[in-house]
Ligand binder design. Structure first.
Ligand code: BGC
Length: 577
């Protein structure tokens, strides 16, 4: 059923800006927050491989060389680099395609169902990985398939959360997702560390099998949660949309609040559909790249915003620390224990992220990433400068311990700067940037950009820092620090402030102001008012049917029959016939 023939569906809204979103109950907040759990998948799955590829049992299995657990011999027991590279990066390959496919699926079968499919695909991938003993092909296939599942989940959770979260806490809730990513990385480190000494297949099978638990919790949880009301609006199923919205706001389905919010979503969707005509399947993807690059609200600009945000997030170099930290710290001969140091860096990541729950809503997204980029530039330059001065390797291979400690402290400050800013804000912006007709694809493309750059960094970094390769050592921080200038410029020129606005108001704001002036923008009208979806009651205004170009308040007792007949658009579509 199309939007015009909705029967008696409450799509009459309000011109009152304070009523475009229904109030939310505590239960509803918790409901929205649950989806953040999907971050654990993301973090855990990226985190466990690094620990497993150096496990003696695993190395022995793939190389066929026996290992003596008593004497820890042979020394420097490791897998060939191409194998490690393949096992690690194949995940990003799966996640890259998974995010793009999810962009499609989320529009066809819904956000919630796509996440549940993601859990199933992921579980299949895990089974293959657990089943493999020394069959590289089986293991790599398993990782590729699990990656597809993680791709589904990582893209659609952002979409789903942004669509159901109340606007005042949307940033904080999506930051909860980032927090779960950091928890996932920490958990993966702890689990692989605790099983690494085992001399049986449990060493690698336990860390993989634990992930079934994540799939089960997320899959069952999402099965019980409602679909995103915006998905049902897109499909023209307004009665279902009203039910979903009532659930995520904790209000009665026939309450005025739900009617007003739904009317706003519907009106915005109608408006966007006029701007983005729906054509063929290919056309619907191409729509993400349409419009002028100079226009703040063109689809092209929004796609560049989402994908660029994720590119800049990765180019801060954060994953250098999480993926190659142990190797890097190991190169420091008289440095602290590499595992403990990695644990400290991972903990700093986990413990600093929650600060953003508050700052993101208090100071906004834009300011946070500008400050974060400056923080990372300073911290990484200091690490790099220390590395070529006080922390430089002595002739006997040792280092100045105080300088090394200072370097590690600044690495932690760098992680703090990321975890409180670019980590969460990267995802928040992606969820907020797109209008409904291209939202799921836009979020898919942006998430794919995260995995693409993640993969590039994962692949080239060993060649940049390895002693037998580029030999950059700590100089690599000059590279990351310099790349943060790019992130800073991107944030300053291209990222608008979206704090506190509804997804529909963000559309309006992008159309009206440049990112640099977006902070002070306030909405002056609702979409329901613009699109003629006002409830015909006193207090609501409409374009006058008698005096073109002027607005007129609805008369006491609602619109008269004459108004209904005379006002174009204000017709039977919004009234039961
Ligand atoms: C990034 C990941 C990174 C993680 C670290 C996420 O936002 O996308 O690549 O490993 O943050 O906490």
């Amino acid at each position: 059923m199309g939007m015009g023939g909705v029967g008696f569906v409450p799509i009459q809204g309000t011109a009152d800006l304070s009523r475009i979103e229904a109030p939310v109950t505590v239960k509803a907040y918790l409901l929205c927050a649950f989806a953040a759990f999907g971050g654990v998948f993301f973090g855990y799955d990226t985190g466990w491989m690094g620990g497993v590829v150096i496990m003696p049992y695993f190395v022995s299995m793939y190389t066929g060389v026996p290992y003596n657990y008593e004497t820890s011999e042979p020394k420097n027991f490791s897998l060939p680099s191409p194998t490690v590279s393949l096992m690690t990066s194949i995940l990003s390959c799966g996640t890259f395609f998974g995010s793009l496919i999810a962009g499609d699926l989320a529009d066809f079968v819904g956000r919630r169902t796509t996440i549940i499919y993601g859990c199933l695909v992921f579980a299949m991938g895990c089974i293959l990985q657990i089943a493999s003993t020394n069959q590289l092909v089986l293991f790599v296939m398993g990782r590729l398939i699990a990656g597809l599942g993680v791709g589904f989940i990582s893209a659609v959770i952002i979409l789903y959360m942004s669509e159901i979260a109340p606007r005042k806490v949307r940033g904080a809730l999506v930051s909860g997702y980032q927090f779960c990513i950091t928890l996932g990385i920490l958990l993966a480190n702890c689990v692989t560390y605790s099983t690494s000494g085992r001399s049986d297949s449990g060493s690698y099978r336990i860390p993989i099998a634990i992930q079934f638990l994540w799939a089960l919790i997320l899959g069952i949880g999402l099965y019980l949660l409602p679909e995103s009301p915006r998905y049902h609006v897109q499909k023209g199923k307004l009665d279902l949309a009203a039910k979903d919205l009532a659930l995520v706001r904790g209000q009665a389905v026939d309450s005025e609040y739900i009617k007003d919010e739904l009317a706003e979503i519907v009106a915005n969707h109608e408006y966007e559909m006029q701007m983005i005509p729906q054509t063929s399947y290919i056309g619907s993807w191409m729509a993400c790249f349409q419009g002028s690059i100079r226009k703040g609200n063109s689809n092209l600009r929004r796609t560049l915003l989402g994908a660029g945000m994720q590119m800049c997030q990765q180019l801060t170099g954060i994953n250098f620390i999480f993926y190659f930290g142990p190797v890097f710290f190991n190169q420091i001969k008289n440095g602290p224990n590499p595992f403990q140091t990695t644990l400290v860096t991972t903990l700093v990541n986990v413990l600093s992220t929650p600060i953003s729950f508050w700052t993101i809503e208090k100071f906004g997204r834009r300011l946070l990433i500008i400050i974060g980029a400056v923080g990372m530039i300073i911290a990484q330059y200091i690490v790099a400068i220390l590395g070529v001065t006080a922390g430089k390797e002595h002739a006997d291979g040792s280092h100045n311990e105080a300088a090394i400690k200072a370097m590690i402290a600044f690495i932690c400050i760098n992680i703090f700067s990321f975890a409180t800013t670019w980590g969460p804000v990267g995802w928040v912006i992606v969820g907020e940037s797109f209008p409904l007709p291209i939202r799921s694809r836009g979020v898919g493309i942006s998430t794919a950009s995260n995995w693409f750059w993640n993969c590039i960094i994962g692949t080239i970094t060993p060649f940049m820092v390895g002693n037998d390769q580029g030999g950059l050592g700590s100089n690599v921080f000059f590279v990351w620090g310099s790349l943060c200038f790019l992130s800073l410029a991107f944030a300053y020129f291209l990222v608008p402030e979206m704090k506190g606005l509804s997804l529909e108001q963000i559309d309006q704001m992008m159309e009206e102001v440049e990112p640099r002036r977006s902070r002070g923008w306030v909405a002056t009208t609702t979409f329901a008012a613009e699109m003629g979806h006002l409830r015909p009651e006193k207090g609501n205004y409409m374009v006058s049917p008698h005096l073109p170009g002027q607005v007129q308040e609805f008369p006491e007792g609602g619109a008269s029959q004459r108004f209904r007949e005379e006002l174009p658009g204000y017709n039977q579509a919004y009234f039961p016939r």
